[in-house]
Design a protein around this ligand. Structure first.
Ligand code: HPA
Length: 246
Protein backbone atom coordinates (compact mmCIF):
# COMPACT_ATOMS: atom_id res chain seq x y z
CA UNK A 1 0.00 0.00 0.00
CA UNK A 2 1.23 3.46 -0.78
CA UNK A 3 0.66 6.52 1.28
CA UNK A 4 0.05 9.67 -0.62
CA UNK A 5 1.12 13.15 0.38
CA UNK A 6 -0.18 16.41 -0.95
CA UNK A 7 2.07 19.42 -0.54
CA UNK A 8 -0.07 22.52 -0.69
CA UNK A 9 1.29 25.80 -1.99
CA UNK A 10 -0.06 29.32 -2.26
CA UNK A 11 -3.87 29.12 -2.32
CA UNK A 12 -3.94 25.62 -0.85
CA UNK A 13 -3.05 25.76 2.84
CA UNK A 14 -5.72 23.22 3.76
CA UNK A 15 -7.79 20.65 1.91
CA UNK A 16 -11.54 20.71 1.85
CA UNK A 17 -12.97 17.23 2.30
CA UNK A 18 -10.00 15.93 4.27
CA UNK A 19 -11.28 13.97 7.29
CA UNK A 20 -8.49 14.77 9.70
CA UNK A 21 -7.42 12.00 12.07
CA UNK A 22 -4.35 13.64 13.59
CA UNK A 23 -1.35 15.90 13.22
CA UNK A 24 2.35 15.07 13.43
CA UNK A 25 4.90 17.71 14.41
CA UNK A 26 8.29 16.25 13.42
CA UNK A 27 11.87 17.29 13.91
CA UNK A 28 14.26 15.89 11.32
CA UNK A 29 18.07 15.73 11.06
CA UNK A 30 17.66 18.77 8.75
CA UNK A 31 15.53 20.85 11.11
CA UNK A 32 11.82 21.51 11.26
CA UNK A 33 9.36 21.05 8.40
CA UNK A 34 7.20 24.00 7.36
CA UNK A 35 4.26 22.90 9.54
CA UNK A 36 2.76 19.93 11.31
CA UNK A 37 1.86 17.12 8.91
CA UNK A 38 -1.91 16.71 8.79
CA UNK A 39 -3.02 13.07 8.61
CA UNK A 40 -6.40 12.06 7.31
CA UNK A 41 -8.51 10.45 4.62
CA UNK A 42 -10.06 11.75 1.43
CA UNK A 43 -12.61 9.54 -0.32
CA UNK A 44 -11.42 6.67 1.91
CA UNK A 45 -7.76 7.04 0.95
CA UNK A 46 -5.10 7.81 3.52
CA UNK A 47 -3.43 11.16 2.86
CA UNK A 48 -0.73 13.27 4.49
CA UNK A 49 -1.01 17.00 3.90
CA UNK A 50 1.75 19.57 4.36
CA UNK A 51 1.41 23.34 3.93
CA UNK A 52 4.66 24.22 2.14
CA UNK A 53 4.67 27.85 3.25
CA UNK A 54 3.60 27.04 6.81
CA UNK A 55 0.25 27.48 8.45
CA UNK A 56 -0.48 30.38 8.48
CA UNK A 57 1.26 31.08 5.17
CA UNK A 58 4.45 32.82 6.36
CA UNK A 59 7.55 31.14 4.90
CA UNK A 60 8.80 32.63 1.61
CA UNK A 61 9.98 30.24 -1.14
CA UNK A 62 13.72 30.72 -0.53
CA UNK A 63 13.36 30.04 3.21
CA UNK A 64 11.35 26.83 3.00
CA UNK A 65 13.19 23.92 4.58
CA UNK A 66 12.69 21.61 1.62
CA UNK A 67 14.96 18.93 3.05
CA UNK A 68 13.06 18.72 6.33
CA UNK A 69 9.72 18.69 4.50
CA UNK A 70 10.67 15.76 2.26
CA UNK A 71 12.55 13.87 4.97
CA UNK A 72 9.50 14.07 7.24
CA UNK A 73 7.27 12.65 4.50
CA UNK A 74 9.61 9.69 4.07
CA UNK A 75 9.64 9.14 7.82
CA UNK A 76 5.82 9.02 7.81
CA UNK A 77 5.88 6.21 5.23
CA UNK A 78 4.82 8.34 2.28
CA UNK A 79 5.66 6.88 -1.14
CA UNK A 80 3.86 9.27 -3.51
CA UNK A 81 3.80 13.05 -3.54
CA UNK A 82 1.52 15.39 -5.43
CA UNK A 83 2.92 18.90 -5.26
CA UNK A 84 0.41 21.70 -5.76
CA UNK A 85 1.90 24.94 -7.00
CA UNK A 86 0.82 28.39 -8.10
CA UNK A 87 2.70 29.55 -11.19
CA UNK A 88 2.95 32.34 -13.71
CA UNK A 89 2.07 31.54 -17.33
CA UNK A 90 4.70 32.19 -20.00
CA UNK A 91 3.54 30.50 -23.21
CA UNK A 92 0.17 31.12 -24.89
CA UNK A 93 -1.65 28.03 -23.57
CA UNK A 94 -0.80 28.88 -19.96
CA UNK A 95 -3.49 31.46 -19.26
CA UNK A 96 -4.63 32.33 -15.71
CA UNK A 97 -6.80 29.61 -14.17
CA UNK A 98 -5.22 26.87 -16.31
CA UNK A 99 -4.17 23.62 -14.62
CA UNK A 100 -0.95 22.04 -15.84
CA UNK A 101 0.74 18.72 -15.06
CA UNK A 102 4.35 19.62 -15.95
CA UNK A 103 6.73 17.26 -17.70
CA UNK A 104 10.07 19.00 -17.25
CA UNK A 105 11.77 21.68 -15.22
CA UNK A 106 14.69 24.08 -15.32
CA UNK A 107 16.18 25.27 -12.04
CA UNK A 108 17.15 28.96 -11.77
CA UNK A 109 17.09 29.00 -7.95
CA UNK A 110 20.28 29.32 -5.92
CA UNK A 111 21.59 29.08 -2.39
CA UNK A 112 19.01 26.55 -1.25
CA UNK A 113 19.96 23.35 0.59
CA UNK A 114 19.28 21.15 -2.38
CA UNK A 115 20.57 17.66 -1.60
CA UNK A 116 20.66 14.96 1.07
CA UNK A 117 23.94 13.71 -0.42
CA UNK A 118 26.27 16.38 0.93
CA UNK A 119 27.86 15.32 4.23
CA UNK A 120 29.34 12.19 5.84
CA UNK A 121 29.22 10.28 2.57
CA UNK A 122 30.67 6.82 1.97
CA UNK A 123 30.42 7.50 -1.74
CA UNK A 124 29.34 10.26 -4.08
CA UNK A 125 25.79 9.81 -5.39
CA UNK A 126 24.37 11.27 -8.58
CA UNK A 127 20.66 10.53 -9.01
CA UNK A 128 19.14 10.25 -12.48
CA UNK A 129 16.88 13.27 -12.96
CA UNK A 130 16.36 13.20 -16.75
CA UNK A 131 12.61 13.09 -16.18
CA UNK A 132 11.96 14.95 -12.91
CA UNK A 133 8.29 14.03 -12.60
CA UNK A 134 7.07 10.46 -12.10
CA UNK A 135 5.39 9.58 -15.40
CA UNK A 136 2.84 7.00 -14.10
CA UNK A 137 1.68 9.45 -11.42
CA UNK A 138 1.45 12.22 -14.01
CA UNK A 139 -0.67 9.95 -16.22
CA UNK A 140 -2.98 9.14 -13.31
CA UNK A 141 -3.48 12.84 -12.60
CA UNK A 142 -4.28 13.49 -16.27
CA UNK A 143 -6.75 10.60 -16.31
CA UNK A 144 -8.43 11.99 -13.18
CA UNK A 145 -8.68 15.44 -14.77
CA UNK A 146 -10.27 13.97 -17.90
CA UNK A 147 -12.74 11.93 -15.87
CA UNK A 148 -13.68 14.97 -13.78
CA UNK A 149 -14.08 17.09 -16.91
CA UNK A 150 -11.38 19.56 -15.92
CA UNK A 151 -9.33 20.98 -18.80
CA UNK A 152 -5.60 20.49 -18.23
CA UNK A 153 -2.38 20.96 -20.11
CA UNK A 154 -0.71 17.56 -20.28
CA UNK A 155 2.77 18.96 -20.57
CA UNK A 156 4.84 21.97 -19.76
CA UNK A 157 8.30 23.03 -18.67
CA UNK A 158 8.42 24.60 -15.21
CA UNK A 159 11.16 27.16 -14.53
CA UNK A 160 11.98 27.62 -10.86
CA UNK A 161 13.14 31.10 -9.88
CA UNK A 162 14.53 32.22 -6.55
CA UNK A 163 11.95 34.80 -5.50
CA UNK A 164 10.48 36.19 -3.43
CA UNK A 165 10.37 39.02 -5.99
CA UNK A 166 8.66 38.32 -9.28
CA UNK A 167 10.75 38.24 -12.45
CA UNK A 168 11.72 41.01 -14.84
CA UNK A 169 10.23 40.97 -18.34
CA UNK A 170 13.69 40.17 -19.74
CA UNK A 171 14.10 37.24 -17.36
CA UNK A 172 10.78 35.84 -18.56
CA UNK A 173 11.84 36.34 -22.21
CA UNK A 174 15.04 34.44 -21.46
CA UNK A 175 13.08 31.68 -19.75
CA UNK A 176 10.80 31.43 -22.78
CA UNK A 177 13.84 31.12 -25.06
CA UNK A 178 15.10 28.39 -22.74
CA UNK A 179 11.83 26.52 -23.29
CA UNK A 180 9.93 27.32 -20.08
CA UNK A 181 6.14 27.40 -20.21
CA UNK A 182 5.61 28.20 -16.53
CA UNK A 183 7.41 30.05 -13.80
CA UNK A 184 7.22 29.30 -10.08
CA UNK A 185 9.44 29.56 -7.02
CA UNK A 186 9.06 26.30 -5.12
CA UNK A 187 9.43 23.42 -7.58
CA UNK A 188 13.12 23.05 -6.74
CA UNK A 189 14.86 21.58 -4.86
CA UNK A 190 11.65 19.86 -3.76
CA UNK A 191 11.37 17.57 -6.82
CA UNK A 192 15.05 16.55 -6.69
CA UNK A 193 14.95 15.83 -2.96
CA UNK A 194 11.91 13.61 -3.47
CA UNK A 195 13.84 11.71 -6.16
CA UNK A 196 16.84 11.35 -3.84
CA UNK A 197 14.58 9.63 -1.29
CA UNK A 198 12.90 7.59 -4.05
CA UNK A 199 9.45 9.12 -3.63
CA UNK A 200 7.18 9.21 -6.69
CA UNK A 201 6.64 12.92 -7.28
CA UNK A 202 4.42 14.85 -9.70
CA UNK A 203 3.30 18.47 -9.73
CA UNK A 204 -0.10 19.97 -10.31
CA UNK A 205 0.30 23.63 -11.19
CA UNK A 206 -2.36 26.32 -11.33
CA UNK A 207 -1.63 29.42 -13.39
CA UNK A 208 -2.24 32.46 -11.21
CA UNK A 209 -1.16 35.26 -13.57
CA UNK A 210 0.54 36.02 -16.84
CA UNK A 211 4.29 36.14 -16.19
CA UNK A 212 6.12 39.48 -16.11
CA UNK A 213 6.03 41.44 -19.35
CA UNK A 214 3.32 39.24 -20.90
CA UNK A 215 0.69 41.95 -20.36
CA UNK A 216 0.96 45.68 -19.81
CA UNK A 217 -0.48 45.54 -16.30
CA UNK A 218 1.50 45.06 -13.10
CA UNK A 219 1.13 41.77 -11.27
CA UNK A 220 -0.60 42.16 -7.92
CA UNK A 221 -1.19 39.70 -5.10
CA UNK A 222 -4.90 40.52 -5.37
CA UNK A 223 -4.91 39.37 -9.01
CA UNK A 224 -2.98 36.21 -8.14
CA UNK A 225 -5.39 35.35 -5.32
CA UNK A 226 -8.44 36.01 -7.48
CA UNK A 227 -7.24 33.75 -10.30
CA UNK A 228 -6.13 31.07 -7.89
CA UNK A 229 -9.55 30.74 -6.32
CA UNK A 230 -11.17 29.08 -9.35
CA UNK A 231 -8.02 27.19 -10.33
CA UNK A 232 -7.56 25.74 -6.85
CA UNK A 233 -11.24 24.70 -6.71
CA UNK A 234 -10.67 22.78 -9.98
CA UNK A 235 -7.47 21.30 -8.64
CA UNK A 236 -9.31 20.02 -5.57
CA UNK A 237 -11.89 18.35 -7.81
CA UNK A 238 -9.06 16.75 -9.73
CA UNK A 239 -7.44 15.49 -6.50
CA UNK A 240 -10.72 14.09 -5.22
CA UNK A 241 -11.21 12.22 -8.50
CA UNK A 242 -7.65 10.90 -8.36
CA UNK A 243 -8.21 9.66 -4.81
CA UNK A 244 -11.50 8.01 -5.72
CA UNK A 245 -9.76 6.07 -8.48
CA UNK A 246 -6.55 5.07 -6.70
N1 HPA B 1 6.51 34.11 -11.03
C1 HPA B 1 7.00 33.24 -10.12
N2 HPA B 1 6.23 32.55 -9.29
C2 HPA B 1 4.91 32.70 -9.39
C3 HPA B 1 4.32 33.60 -10.31
C4 HPA B 1 5.17 34.32 -11.18
O1 HPA B 1 4.72 35.13 -12.03
N3 HPA B 1 2.98 33.52 -10.12
C5 HPA B 1 2.76 32.62 -9.13
N4 HPA B 1 3.93 32.12 -8.68
Amino acid sequence: MSTLAIIGGTGLSQIEGLEISGQKQLTTPYGNPSAAYVLGRISGTQVVFLARHGNPHSIPPHRINYRANIWGLKELGVTKVIAAAAVGGITDEMSPGRIVIPTQLIDYSYGRDHTFFADDLDQVTHIDFSHPYHEPLRRQLLAAANKAGIPVSAQGVYGCTQGPRLETAAEIQRMQRDGCDLVGMTGMPEAALARELELDYAACAVVANWAAGKTTSTITMAEIERNLEQGMADMLKLLHQYLLDC
